[in-house]
Design a protein around this ligand. Structure first.
Ligand code: COA
Length: 182
């Protein structure tokens, strides 16, 4: 990849609405947020994920050449136990090249560097091996199986619970640059 197309992380921008709409067209994005049926839903999604929308969450767009192709979010950041919850998605067109793993590892490193987070958690459906591979590559360890935790429609799903601690060894993935933070 040339320097120009090297992916990086940045805050979400109002101008990303079309990219969000496009990303949510993938069938496996159905449970990653509210129904994304029109541009106004994408605009609302971006407003909800704007930088510092809340003191307990941060969302980063994964940017390639000016186009937002993915999201890594940390929410439920909590100071007493120093924990937070990580989630992620990548647009279909940008999958399979390690972007999610690099982006998740980068956000973890960024948070640990601030010194106020010790434990990050995530959960993925047991039938989502790609997400499990991302978690493992980003340095998360499996803690167990949460039986039938999620209900989508009439179906229930087991969830694999994972965590990464500030003291865990950092994963061997190349981190991304983070730009344009206020
Ligand atoms: C899961 C998701 C984020 C992966 O994004 P990505 O940028 O393609 O991820 P990466 O390229 O960093 O890594 C994908 C890993 O999954 C593996 N993978 C992909 N499809 C797979 C499958 N069907 N079975 C097993 N592993 C699979 C790849 O081999 C790769 O692992 P490797 O690097 O060890 O070979 C993306 O598919 C997505 O957004 N899915 C829909 C939303 C979602 O499921 N989000 C997670 C919710 S918990």
């Amino acid at each position: 990849m040339t320097a120009q197309t090297e992916p990086f992380l940045r805050p979400w921008r109002a101008g990303d609405a079309e990219s969000v709409l496009e990303a949510f067209r993938a069938p496996d994005m159905a449970h990653q947020g509210p129904p994304m049926l029109d541009p106004s839903a994408a605009t609302r999604w971006i407003a909800d994920h704007r930088w510092a929308a809340s003191p307990s969450e941060f969302s980063f767009a994964i940017d390639i050449a000016g186009i937002a192709v993915g999201n890594v979010a940390v929410r439920d950041l909590e100071s007493r136990h120093q924990t937070g919850w990580v989630s992620y998605w990548v647009a279909e067109s940008a999958r399979g090249r390690g972007l999610a793993s690099r982006a998740v590892a980068t956000v973890c490193a960024w948070l640990f560097l601030q010194g106020e987070t010790f434990r990050l958690e995530l959960g993925h459906r047991a039938n989502n091996p790609a997400s499990g591979a991302v978690a493992a590559r980003a340095g998360f360890s499996v803690e167990g199986l949460q039986r039938q935790k999620l209900r989508y429609g009439t179906e229930r799903f087991d969830v694999v619970a994972c965590s990464r601690l500030a003291t865990d060894p950092p994963p061997a993935v190349e981190l991304l640059r983070i730009v344009d933070l206020p």
